[in-house]
Design a protein around this ligand. Structure first.
Ligand code: ATP
Length: 249
């Protein structure tokens, strides 16, 4: 029986945007995945100056964004856990649940990768599944922060064609695959900031959202007030707050 290939895409998704969906669809194709599981995380309320969007709303938006594609799913696994789980716990749990029936790929953007060594039991995180790291405009993709053992598992597929990628995924077990197949300068921080701005800015932000998500945001009047932290950071790069704000990794 062929082993299923499943991508696990963790994040805050506040809100889910076309960057996330493009990454998911591109990986389905290039890595011959069967499904992508979006896993929204808790956000620690005390870690933000402005309250984060309710997990219910973030989950609902992911449901709407993935509804039309049979290969895209949203998982409540982190939100329904009694204690806010760390990524290492979620991956260990999913690893045990799927067993040998599936090959799991944890997906992250370059910004998350550059902070991976701050995550709880990060080296274990990297051994529990395969990993896919996606380049992001404005973010370097380096390897100085990880150990030699981790570096040895990196398969750099930047610039590689579809066939090379497909073969590399077959040939490398437990790989950490770097890919530049998606180059989209879209971020949720920037979208929240724009949604709290003037009419032109709001319209512009809407083009970066799946239409049902844009409608949901309008209907429930989300992001009307730009988060103070987002406004402050807009000048200094939209990921300035990521490390302290991301919550449980
Ligand atoms: P924020 O701006 O609030 O940090 P975000 O746009 O990075 O939000 P997250 O929910 O934090 O969205 O992202 C979940 C995961 O998706 C992270 O690993 C992040 O690096 C990755 N990601 C988000 N947007 C992109 C993008 N445009 N290209 C590649 N990876 C992305």
């Amino acid at each position: 029986m062929r082993q299923q290939r499943i991508a696990l895409f963790g994040g805050t998704f506040d809100p889910v945007h076309v960057g996330h969906l493009t990454v998911a669809r591109e990986l389905l194709k290039l890595f011959a995945l069967d499904i992508v599981l979006f896993i929204p995380a808790h956000v620690a309320p005390h870690k933000r100056d402005a309250p984060p969007t309710s997990a219910w709303h973030r989950f609902a938006m992911l449901g709407l964004a993935t509804q039309e594609d049979a290969r895209l799913f949203v998982s409540p696994v982190e939100l329904e856990a009694p204690e806010r789980p760390y990524t290492v716990e979620t991956l260990a749990r999913l690893r045990a649940e799927f067993g040998q029936s599936a090959r799991l790929f944890f997906v992250m953007g370059a910004d998350s990768w550059m902070e991976i060594d701050t995550w709880r039991e990060w080296e274990r995180v990297l051994t529990l599944t395969d990993h896919v790291v996606i380049t992001r405009p404005g973010h370097v993709l380096g390897t100085e922060h990880v150990t030699e053992a981790v570096r040895a598992r990196i398969v750099d597929l930047r610039g590689a064609g579809d066939e090379v990628i497909a073969r590399s995924v077959e040939d490398h077990e437990a790989g950490i695959f770097f890919t530049d197949t998606v180059q989209m300068d879209v971020s949720a921080t920037e979208i929240r900031r724009a949604l709290g701005g003037g009419e032109d800015e709001r319209l512009n932000a809407t083009t970066l959202l799946p239409p049902p998500v844009a409608n949901f945001i309008e209907k429930y009047e989300l992001y009307r007030e730009a988060h103070e932290t987002d406004r402050t950071n807009a000048a200094g790069g939209h990921h300035a707050r990521h490390a302290e704000d991301a919550g449980a990794n």
